[in-house]
Design a protein around this ligand. Structure first.
Ligand SMILES: Cc1cc2nc3c(=O)[nH]c(=O)nc-3n(C[C@H](O)[C@H](O)[C@H](O)COP(=O)(O)OP(=O)(O)OC[C@H]3O[C@@H](n4cnc5c(N)ncnc54)[C@H](O)[C@@H]3O)c2cc1C
Length: 372
C-alpha cells in the first residue's frame, strides 16, 4: 500500500493533494519533514491546476501543462505515497479506510480533497451530462466525448454562470481539433451571469459572448427524459451538457462524525482545524471556515496553503497553530476568452485585453514553477 514497509500508522497524514496541500509538501522539501513518518493519500499521481483547463481545451497549452507531480514532491519531501482514495474516516479512532478496505492510522490528519460533482443531483441524470468535477479527469472525459461525437456540428450547453462556466463556454467554442467549431450556449441560471462580480465586468463578458456567437440564457436548466429544458422550453438540439455549477461535499467526512456546515463541508476554525476534532485540519473546497465566509475557489485554496503548512508544522512540534488566512477584500479574476485575451475583474474594476491574458499566464506560471 505504501512505498515503505511497516504498519500503516503515520504521525501526519495528508489526505488529497489539492491546491493547498501541495504547499505543505513544498514546505517539507524546503524546511524538512517535521515528523518521523508522513504519507499522502491521493488516487492521482498528478494534481491538475484548474486555471489551465480552458487553455488546454482550446489548444493554447498541451495536456501536461498545469499538472503538479505529486509523486515527485512526495519523494523529495520524504513522504510515503498511497495511491488510493479515502472512503471513510473515524476521527476518534484516528484512522481512515481506503477504497479496498485497508486502514491507515494517524496522529494528525489534513484533508484537501476538493468538492465532488453534483450535476446529476441538481440537473437530473442523462448520458449527455458531463460534470467538470472531478477536475482531474475532466480533460480526458472531454477528449473521449469529442472523438466520439466529433465530425458533425456539435451543440454544447454549458450550465453555470460563474467564472468556471464562462471560461468553459469560451473554451468549448474554441475547442482545438473540432471542425466545424461547436455551437455553444451558456446557461447562467436564475441568479444570472457572474452575480458576485461588478456590472462593468459583466458587460465585458456579455459583449465577448455575443462576439463569439454564444447565446446567454439567464434561467435555470433541468434535464428531463434526457432533454434539456429551460424555463419549461426544450433546448434543441443539444449533444452535450457541461455542468460547472460549483461543487458539493463528499459524504464520508460527515458520515464519520466530523462537524460540518449545513451543506456537508468540513467545519473548520480560523486555523483550518476541524471544529469537532482539532487534530484534523481541512482546507480548500472540502472545508468551510466558520469564523468568516471564504468562498470555494482555487485562489483561496492556494493562499491557504502556506498557512496550513505553518500550522501543521507547529502542531507536529507540539505547539499551538497560530496562522490564519485572511482573504483580501476582493479577489482577482482573470477569465480567458480563448482568443488571446482575458477579462479581468477586481472588485468593481474590470478590463479586457491581451495584457490580461499575459497577466493570467504569469500568475499561473509563478504558482506552477514552485512545484516543478
Ligand atoms: C473549469 C474550471 C476552471 C476554474 N478556474 C478557476 C480559476 O481560474 N480560479 C479559481 O480560483 N478557481 C477556479 N476554479 C475552481 C477550482 O477548481 C477549485 O476551487 C479548486 O480546484 C479547489 O481546490 P482544492 O484544493 O479544494 O481541491 P482540488 O484541486 O480539487 O484537489 C483535490 C485532490 O484530492 C484528491 N482526492 C479527491 N477525493 C479524494 C479522496 N476521497 N481521497 C484522497 N484524495 C482525494 C484528488 O485526486 C485531487 O488531487 C475552476 C474550476 C473549474 C471547474
Amino acid at each position: 500500500m505504501s512505498s515503505k514497509t511497516g504498519p500503516d500508522t503515520f504521525d501526519l497524514l495528508l489526505i488529497g493533494g489539492g491546491h493547498a496541500q501541495v504547499a505543505v509538501l513544498k514546505d517539507w522539501i524546503d524546511n524538512g519533514l517535521p515528523v518521523e513518518r508522513a504519507a499522502l493519500i491521493d488516487p492521482a499521481s498528478h494534481a491538475r491546476y484548474s486555471g489551465t483547463v480552458p487553455g488546454i481545451i482550446s489548444g493554447q497549452h498541451d495536456e501536461t501543462h498545469g499538472l503538479v507531480d505529486l509523486a515527485n514532491l512526495c519523494e523529495r519531501a520524504g513522504v510515503e505515497r498511497i495511491e488510493d482514495r479515502v472512503v471513510a474516516i473515524d476521527p476518534d479512532a484516528r484512522n481512515v479506510t481506503l477504497s479496498g478496505g485497508e486502514k491507515a492510522s494517524f496522529t494528525i490528519a489534513s484533508i484537501d480533497t476538493g468538492g465532488v460533482g453534483r450535476a446529476s443531483d441538481v440537473l437530473g441524470s442523462s448520458d449527455k451530462l458531463l460534470d467538470v468535477r472531478p477536475i482531474g479527469g475532466f480533460i480526458a472525459r472531454w477528449r473521449e466525448i469529442a472523438s466520439e461525437l466529433g465530425g458533425k456540428p456539435l451543440h454544447i450547453a454549458v450550465v453555470g454562470g460563474g467564472a468556471g462556466g464562462v471560461e468553459l463556454a469560451f473554451a468549448m467554442r474554441n475547442a482545438k481539433g473540432m471542425e466545424p467549431a461547436p455551437k455553444v450556449a451558456l446557461i447562467a441560471g436564475n441568479d444570472g451571469l457572474l452575480p458576485t462580480l461588478g456590472s462593468w465586468t459583466r458587460g465585458l463578458v456579455e459583449r465577448e459572448l455575443e462576439k463569439q456567437g454564444i447565446p446567454l440564457i439567464e434561467h435555470n436548466a433541468v434535464l428531463e427524459s434526457g432533454a434539456l429544458s429551460v424555463d419549461g422550453q426544450r433546448l434543441e438540439p443539444v449533444d452535450l451538457v457541461i455542468a460547472a455549477i460549483g461543487s458539493g461535499a463528499p459524504a464520508w467526512p460527515e458520515e464519520g462524525g466530523l462537524a460540518t456546515d449545513p451543506h456537508g463541508f468540513i467545519a473548520v476554525d480560523r486555523f483550518q482545524r476541524s471544529t469537532s476534532h482539532p487534530h484534523i485540519l481541512a482546507s480548500g473546497d472540502v472545508a468551510q471556515r466558520l469564523d468568516r465566509f471564504v468562498p470555494h475557489a482555487g485562489v483561496h485554496a492556494v493562499h491557504t496553503g502556506p498557512v496550513l503548512a505553518a500550522n501543521l508544522r507547529a502542531m507536529a512540534e507540539g505547539t499551538a497553530p497560530d496562522e490564519t488566512y485572511i482573504p483580501r477584500p476582493a479577489s482577482l479574476f482573470l477569465m480567458t476568452t480563448c482568443r488571446g485575451e482575458a477579462i479581468m475583474a477586481y472588485g468593481w474594476l474590470g478590463g479586457q485585453g491581451a495584457w490580461a491574458q499575459r497577466w493570467k499566464e504569469a500568475i499561473d506560471k509563478r504558482w506552477l514553477d514552485q512545484y516543478g
